[in-house]
Design a protein around this ligand. Structure first.
Ligand code: T3D
Length: 267
């Protein structure tokens, strides 16, 4: 059950950009069962705000998120009956990742520090990932006898290829932001001093673009990765038909003809 406000979670909307901040820096923003439920609630709340056209997900302190809180009694082995981690995924991480991936606006992960385990998976589930040059990504799962979860086995090989996905997942080494960018795992590594400005600039830029078309683009690219060319062509035709009837297309073409910036409104 969601219990917003949760002091470990901050939600703020500035103009057309909503920002959700994981805010328990003493625990490297690790996720408890309650925090996962509240994060889903926060995403639902942002999705329901019609004026929001970009979501930024970030953390406070020196970590973005250290993944599952290994001290949470809901999951931590304590000598009593073993915990059903499959149930935790089914009731927590799976709906969280699906909610994130289906947000009705572009999502930007602003990686302020280390992103480990499910924290790295959450980052990779966002549409764009920008990271401080000093940040790092860790597939921390093998070190504790688990497999990469929260979509990592789906996202990692698609982003970085099988060889690198396996190297990262099996060895669990820290991967610096710059190397993550070179591997195609993230959009950009940014100098620490320029990070905040770049996140603001990019989020405002995304918010000014035609939201509905961006969201359809995400869905088509995800579907296209698993389908045939013919399926992709059919899905593109259906989406283009829908967008062609919508206001943003008329506005975009009018702005082009009038040599002015477009003002997109569809969501
Ligand atoms: O279990 C299930 O429900 C299934 C789902 C699993 C999803 C998952 O995410 S599994 C993976 C869980 N996460 C990890 O295993 C990451 C563990 N942490 C680390 O590997 C490292 O802490 C980091 C790479 C994230 C950062 O390293 P470093 O050297 O910068 O910091 P540190 O010294 O290791 O950690 C600082 C403190 O944060 C420390 O506490 P202390 O000693 O100062 O009191 C450490 O215990 C705490 N911490 C770090 N990660 C977690 C954590 N506390 C609870 N849970 C954590 N995940």
């Amino acid at each position: 059950m969601s219990q917003i406000p949760n002091p470990a979670l901050r939600i703020e909307t500035i103009g057309r950009v909503a920002r959700i901040t994981l805010d328990r820096p003493d625990a490297l923003n690790a996720l408890t069962a309650q925090l996962i439920a509240d994060l889903i609630g926060a995403l639902d709340a942002v999705a329901a705000q019609p004026e929001v056209r970009c979501l930024v997900l970030t953390g406070t302190g020196r970590a973005f998120c250290a993944g599952q809180d290994l001290r949470d009694p809901a999951v931590a082995p304590d000598g009593s009956a073993p915990k059903d981690l499959g149930a935790i995924i089914e009731t927590g991480y799976k709906p969280l990742v699906l909610r994130l991936r289906s947000m009705p606006m572009p999502t930007l992960a602003a990686i302020n520090g280390v992103a480990a385990g499910a924290g790295a998976s959450l980052a990779l589930a966002c549409d764009l990932v920008v990271a401080r040059r000093g940040a790092a990504f860790v597939q921390a799962f093998s070190a504790i006898g688990l497999i990469p979860d929260s979509g990592a086995t789906w996202n990692l090989p698609r982003l970085a290829g099988r060889a690198r996905a396996l190297g990262l997942a099996l060895l669990g080494d820290k991967l610096g932001a710059e190397r993550a960018e070179q591997m195609g795992l993230i959009w950009a590594a940014v100098d620490d001093t320029a990070f905040d400005d770049e996140v603001t600039r990019l989020s405002e830029r995304l918010a000014a673009l035609p939201t509905r078309a961006l969201v359809r683009t995400r869905a088509l690219i995800d579907a296209g990765l698993g389908g045939t060319l013919e399926q992709a062509l059919d899905a593109e035709a259906a989406a283009q038909r829908e967008l062609g009837f919508a206001a943003d297309y008329a506005e975009g073409v009018a702005a082009f003809a009038q040599k002015r910036a477009p003002r997109f409104t569809d969501r």
